[in-house]
Design a protein around this ligand. Structure first.
Ligand SMILES: [Zn+2]
Ligand SMILES: [Zn+2]
Length: 391
């Protein structure tokens, strides 16, 4: 039997071909129909019986070694972004205004190669793998949709594992962190209503712009004055709209913002305080408030023992020096919902080898050094195989 590294190498051309095919044909959240067809065809080729259309465009396939052992869930997200690609590479997007600018094309390609490797090694493994291909990560709705559609009905998961390619990390490195690794993401809308009128007669109006301005400033104290500085949180007001002319006080202004937290209790407390402070501030200035809260995903929390175990596996793949401590990320990922099913580990695989692959995720020039795909296949297959080699 070849080693996993040898299998990953042998499959590399195919991994790259799948990634480039998906890169040429990006599909955004819940529209991943072609992507789903590519996944389903390959899983069938591997002898699996995938369940398709889970939560819209998701795919679940179970591979059972036939020997009793743990059930390992491995997840890849599938969606692209509404970004117009500005690279001139041969495999650039053929769809105007859409692009795989986060690397999810690579995630799908990697997990398909991992499935092939695990199936080929079945005689040495015990238990089952649940391969999850998830739509709509970028809107943090896909995992929820799949779970609500019974993605795991009748499946008791023991371990969860997954990866994200990363232009923040050098090629040949892995970054992973135990405990909270990515933030919970919530967003909100606050509409401040006053009474509009002539700008020269403010006393006859109730000015929602001044109330809104005070509200922005008041909200700044929730993190800076009420939250433990070592408990990372951020609250940003990202939109402030109101008014039409130089000489009219408008009837209302609308503010939008986002709250990012790691600790579940902090998340609950800050949500309540945002609404309290908003109510109080606008009331002081004689305005009224309408609010809407959009609950995003919970924090990505890695189990310490799972991370320790994965670090040993990763050190064998990229060397001790290549395994780095991931800094907490204020961005969110609905991998959190899969990790909430069982203990697990979500890790970042470096794909940055220079200027062409250093662009930030979601940038119109984002790209990965495809050598990182082979490393990612090796890491994920090794991680899954390790979990299936006896507990
Ligand atoms: Zn993204
Ligand atoms: Zn992503």
């Amino acid at each position: 039997m070849p080693t996993i590294a040898e299998q990953a190498k042998a499959l590399h051309e195919r991994t790259v071909a799948v990634r480039r095919d998906l890169h040429r044909h990006p599909e955004v959240a819940f529209e991943e129909h072609r992507t789903m067809a590519v996944i389903v065809a390959r899983l069938r080729e591997l002898g699996l019986e995938p369940r398709e259309g889970v939560g819209g465009t998701g795919v679940v396939a179970v591979f059972d070694t036939g020997r009793p052992g743990p059930t390992v869930l491995a997840r890849a997200d599938m969606d692209a972004l509404p970004v117009a690609e500005e690279k001139s590479v041969e495999y650039r997007s053929t769809v105007p205004g859409k692009m795989h600018a986060c690397g999810h094309d690579g995630h799908v390609a990697v997990l398909l190669s991992v499935a092939e490797i695990i199936i080929a090694r079945a005689a040495q493994l015990a238990g089952r793998v649940v391969f999850v291909f998830q739509p709509a990560e970028e809107v943090v709705r896909g995992a929820q949709a799949m779970l609500a559609d019974g993605a795991l009905d009748g499946i008791a998961v023991d371990h969860v594992i997954g990866l994200h390619l990363s232009s923040n990390d050098p090629l040949g490195t892995v970054a992973v962190r135990e405990g909270p690794a990515m933030a919970a993401t919530d967003s909100f809308k606050l509409v401040v209503t006053g009474r509009g009128g002539h700008a020269a007669y403010p006393h006859a109006c109730i000015d929602p712009i001044v109330a809104g301005a005070q509200l922005v400033m008041a909200l700044q104290t929730l993190v800076s004055r009420e939250t433990d500085p070592v408990d990372q949180s951020v609250l940003s007001i990202t939109s402030f709209h109101g008014g039409t002319a130089y000489n009219i006080i408008p009837e209302e202004v609308e503010l939008k913002g986002t709250l990012r937290t790691f600790d579940a209790a902090t998340r609950t407390r800050l949500r309540a305080r945002v609404l309290e402070v908003a109510e109080g501030t606008v009331k002081t200035l004689r305005c009224t408030l309408r609010s809407e809260w959009f609950e995003g995903t919970q924090a990505v929390v890695n189990d310490a023992a799972s991370v320790a175990r994965f670090r040993d596996v990763a050190a064998r793949v990229v060397g001790e020096a290549g395994v780095r401590l991931q800094a907490p990320i204020m961005g969110g990922d609905d991998m959190a919902l899969w990790l909430a099913q069982a203990r697990g580990c979500y890790f970042f695989v470096g794909t940055n080898s220079g200027p062409d692959t250093a662009w930030a995720h979601h940038h119109s020039r984002f790209d990965v050094d495809e050598r990182g795909l082979e490393i990612a296949v090796n890491l994920l297959a090794s991680g899954v195989a390790d979990l299936m080699s006896g507990d």
